[in-house]
Design a protein around this ligand. Sequence first.
Ligand SMILES: N[C@@H](CCC(=O)N[C@@H](CS)C(=O)NCC(=O)O)C(=O)O
Length: 391
Amino acid sequence: MNPGITIFGAPVGLYTGKVRCYLRKQSIPYVEALPGDPRFQKIVLPAIGRFQNPVLMTDDGEIVQDTADIIDWCETRGLGRISVYPETPLQKIAALTLDLFGGEGLVRAAMHYRWSFRSYQEQFIAHEFGLSMRAFGASDADMAARIGPMMDYFNGHLPALGVTAEAIPAIEESYEALAECLNVHFRHHPYLLGGRPTCADFGFIASLWAHLGRDPYPADMMKRRWTSLYRWVERMNANDPDTPEFPHYPHALTGDDKLPETLRAIFAHIASDFLPEISMAVDVINEWLAAHPDAQEGQLAASSPDGRGFKGREFMLRDRPVLGHVNGYKICMLQRVTDVYAAMDDASRSVCRSFYDSVGLGQLLEMRTTRRVKRENHREVWGPRTSPSAL
Ligand SMILES: N[C@@H](CCC(=O)N[C@@H](CS)C(=O)NCC(=O)O)C(=O)O
């Protein structure tokens, strides 16, 4: 029975789009509500302890924050049509790797294309940022006074996300190269792993919908240059498979635990453009852990006073230094990949290893922080101490 699901989020929200596409594709009934909703302010915010979207709330008051947790919550209750986690080893680890990259590796480009082209799309972004206020009765004068500063606040995050004048050419080159690979892939396949969506597609749609596929500047660019990618963005928002241009393609993953050949270039892109960043994040956290051997289980996995993460560090993106963002959440998503790899039998591990080595991503399979990060009470916290041999 459907537990009566409300999703608090916004049309303009990057991660809300991920959950919305998942619920639609799985035909799970839900209603969406904006963060200005009194229930979000009075019930959800105190429960999760910080402003964060999206959040799922059931009619009987259960609250789940975080897109991966929301998807898993639906999956474990069998609410969907078919699991979005493949069952065979290579497809499973590939889907989780794409989910990690899609959710974490495209945010810099998403923020750049939303906020660096304000004159092109100011009216649209202002309208979208005003939705929640307008829905709850703000006057025109109130909205005019508040939207500008709100947009400036989000725009102000760009330097901390590594979007600087020096880095922008690398960010654009990287995004354009990926979009080319995705466009080639979606010319031949409806979804990343074949004929139906997996967690890989939901990770990618986060940035590729609300920002890159919907804001006027990047959406125009996508429609003009990467039309098959744009079709996938549309397809991800449909509640059916939406594959009329693939009349003979079964609504199933590629058989025999194979990956579509066109995914190879996307994995190679992850190796060149994301591996250095996630590797830097693991180093930063391991250095912090070495300097804080007394960190307690359950303590926030963060060093910054606001509990959001760790001081970032530069990594090289296409020969340019770019400031990378470091937080415990990336490690949670990385652990999903490395846990699956660690639990494989020797034969499966060798198949996966040889594919990952062939695209330059072998190192990711055994990349670890010296303490695990887990999610507890809607936050990322340190897991139990483990002996080095158990890591
Ligand atoms: N890991 C979270 C990330 C959620 C997230 O960062 N949401 C953004 C909106 S798209 C947010 O709430 N940002 C406000 C903030 O962090 O202050 C998830 O997957 O749900």
